[in-house]
Design a protein around this ligand. Sequence first.
Ligand code: HEM
Ligand code: HEM
Length: 345
Amino acid sequence: QKHNLVLMVAGMALAGAAMAAEDKLMSQAQGLFKPIPQEPPELEGNPSSPAKVELGKMLYFEPRLSKSHTISCNSCHQVGLGGTDMLETSVGHGWQMGRRNSPTVLNAVFNTAQFWDGRAEDLAEQAGGPLVNPVEMAITHEHAVEMIKGIPGYQAVFEEAFPKAEDPITIGNIQDVIALFEATLITPNAPFDQYLQGDADALTEQQKTGLELFVNKGCAACHSGVNLGGDQYQPFGVVEQPGADFLPREDKGRFEVTQSASDEYVYKVPSLRNIALTPPYFHSGKAWDLKQAVAVMGSAQLGAELNDEEVNSITAFLHSLTGEQPKVAYPILPPSTAETPQPQL
Ligand code: HEM
Ligand code: HEM
């Protein structure tokens, strides 16, 4: 009897210790990461309204904002493909290959800088970039305005979105409403978000092991916050520079923005939200296997050779970052007329 009691107490103590370790992991995680909010965040100096978001959605899907009338934002950031194009590097105007992998637009609103090298401050500034990029949509801002003004059906939609403006079709307004639509592309309620909100059963045992490794090995030093990334710049290859197969030497990353030698091969730490949905990985798009990307991170960023079991657990954890995908009803766009500027292929 007495023997049984001792065993029982010892068993309870063990279970208690395991529970304490679980609680510790959860509170550690709550300190490092934040759940995706349920509602789109407000954008500073860019107040939203349903009419603006609807217009932003139309422009996001508007192929006539490209020189050839074949490429929209959604061509390279497909809402149904985790906000990416699933290509190594994007294909733009005239089948030209871009040189970097298209990052997801999902949750991009939570990144503190845009582009792999952070050259755009926010989503509105960012939205102006691809329009004029010769290998993306390849038009000028003047032509974008001329184009939209040349599609008569847009006038009323802009007037509804900007009721006080005398001349509502401007490049600034185009960029602002696209940004407001993008801000709605958030993915709450991932298993990991439910875990952060206190549901210990939202992650599998393997995912919890992966989370623990993610924190203790040091991944969370760079991939933290609401997006598990998106808020700092770091060299790709802090400890050991990856081979040219993952890090082609001609793209020097943030160096191209700052011209500072210490910024060579420095990139924005990407968000890991929905990462299971968005292969291939890295700015070069050279890693098609998430496990491979995890292993490369271990050696390049931490000098740690992760074994297969560790890689599998961390990868399982990364799968818990897939949230509810935005439900976007495809917009009906107003028709071109005989006066509308015509496509140039
Ligand atoms: C980067 C939105 C059109 C390819 C980005 C980012 C956003 C974005 C928000 C930064 C994401 C981040 O850094 O986390 C848009 C919008 C577009 C548009 C609103 C329409 C106006 C396109 C098109 C292509 C494209 C048509 C392909 C031809 C890329 C690539 C990057 C990027 C390759 C990464 C470039 C770099 O970092 O140097 N886009 N995009 N985008 N987008 Fe787009
Ligand atoms: C990219 C995971 C540690 C900085 C990535 C990617 C994954 C990942 C999956 C690819 C994301 C994408 O292409 O969208 C991890 C894991 C880590 C870890 C599991 C721990 C084992 C770190 C650390 C740092 C860091 C410690 C900072 C010192 C970066 C940077 C990139 C990146 C800069 C972009 C690389 C590029 O393509 O240029 N990480 N990471 N990571 N991570 Fe990590």
